[in-house]
Design a protein around this ligand. Structure first.
Ligand code: ATP
Ligand code: MG
Length: 253
C-alpha cells in the first residue's frame, strides 16, 4: 500500500517541483517503488524528468475518466510519472460535479499496491487540484523559502489542510516544513529560521532539521533533464536532499 505525499505550498517558486523530483529519485535509490504525478498545469516536473509531453496520456485524461490510471504511467530513465497537461488549468470550471474533490483519490486506488510512495507535485495555489492532492494524500510536505512572505502563507495553507482533514480525508497530516534555497551563512536566513520555528511550533507543525541549500546545479540539471542526485551527486544540494530523506524516513513518513 503506498504512502501518498503532496508536495505543496501556494507560493510560487519555492522548490515544490525540485523537491518532488529529488524526493522521488532519492527514495527510488533506496530501493522503494516510486511514482510521481505532476498536478501542475505548467508541467515542470514532466519536463525535468524527460517525459514525453506531446503524445502520452496525462493526469487530465485520467481525472476525466478517459484513460485508465495504469495506462497513463510513463517509465522514464529517471522515474515513473504521470504527466500533467495544460488542460488541467481549466479544471476549476470544467469539473463542477459534487465529489470533484475525490477524483484523484479514486483514480489512484487501483495502483496503490504497485508503489511504496506516490509523490504529488502541486500547482502554486490552493484550488481544486491541490484539494484533490490533499484528499488523496497521507502527508503534506511543505517546501518553504526563508523569507517573511513565505511565513505569512503558512497559516493559510494550514487552514486548507485542516479543512480537507475535516471534510474529505481524516488521515491527512502535515509531514513538516522544509526550508529550501537556504543560505545558512546569512544572518537573515538564521533569523527567519528562528521565526519559522516559532510559527511551526505555534501550529504544531514540524520544521525539519535538514534544510536545502541554494545551488546553481539545480537549474543546470533541470535544463538538461537529469536528476540532480545523478547530475551532481557530490554537490551540497544532493547531500541535503539525501539527508532530508533519511530524516523523513526516521520520522516515520
Ligand atoms: N535549492 C535550490 N537552489 C537553487 N535554485 C533552486 C533550488 N530549488 C529550486 N531552485 C530553482 O528555483 C526555481 C523554482 O523551483 P521549483 O520549480 O522547484 O519551484 P516550484 O515551487 O515548483 O515553482 P512553481 O510554484 O512555479 O511550481 C527553479 O528555477 C529551480 O531551478
Ligand atoms: Mg512547480
Amino acid at each position: 500500500m503506498s504512502k501518498v505525499i503532496s508536495v505543496s505550498n501556494q507560493k510560487g517558486g519555492v522548490g515544490k517541483t525540485t523537491t518532488s523530483c529529488c524526493l522521488a529519485v532519492g527514495l527510488k535509490k533506496k530501493g522503494f517503488r516510486v511514482l510521481t504525478i505532476d498536478l501542475d498545469p505548467q508541467g515542470n516536473l514532466g519536463f525535468s524528468v524527460g517525459a514525453d509531453t506531446e503524445t502520452s496520456a496525462s493526469i487530465y485524461d485520467v481525472l476525466k475518466g478517459d484513460v485508465k490510471t495504469q495506462f497513463a504511467i510513463q517509465k522514464t530513465n529517471i522515474i515513473d510519472i504521470i504527466i500533467s497537461s495544460i488542460l488541467l488549468s481549466g479544471i476549476e470550471l470544467e469539473f463542477t460535479n459534487t465529489g470533484r474533490e475525490y477524483l484523484l483519490q479514486e483514480a489512484i486506488k487501483p495502483i496503490l499496491d504497485l508503489y511504496d510512495y506516490i509523490i504529488l507535485d502541486t500547482p502554486p495555489n490552493l484550488g481544486i487540484l491541490t484539494i484533490n492532492a490533499f484528499t488523496a494524500s497521507d502527508y503534506v510536505l511543505v517546501p518553504m523559502l526563508s523569507d517573511i512572505f513565505s511565513l505569512q502563507g503558512i497559516a493559510q495553507l494550514y487552514e486548507t489542510v485542516e479543512r480537507v482533514k475535516k471534510y474529505c480525508n481524516s488521515k491527512l497530516s502535515i509531514a513538516g516544513i522544509l526550508l529550501t534555497k537556504f543560505n545558512p551563512r546569512t544572518l537573515l536566513s538564521r533569523e527567519i529560521r528562528g521565526t519559522a520555528e516559532l510559527i511551526a511550533n505555534d501550529l504544531n507543525i514540524r520544521l525539519f532539521d535538514t534544510y536545502i541549500r541554494s545551488s546553481v546545479v539545480v537549474s543546470e540539471a533541470q535544463s538538461v533533464q537529469q536528476s540532480i542526485l545523478d547530475y551532481a551527486p557530490k554537490n551540497n544540494i544532493s547531500k541535503d536532499y539525501l539527508r532530508f530523506i533519511d530524516e523523513l524516513l526516521a520520522k516515520g513518513v
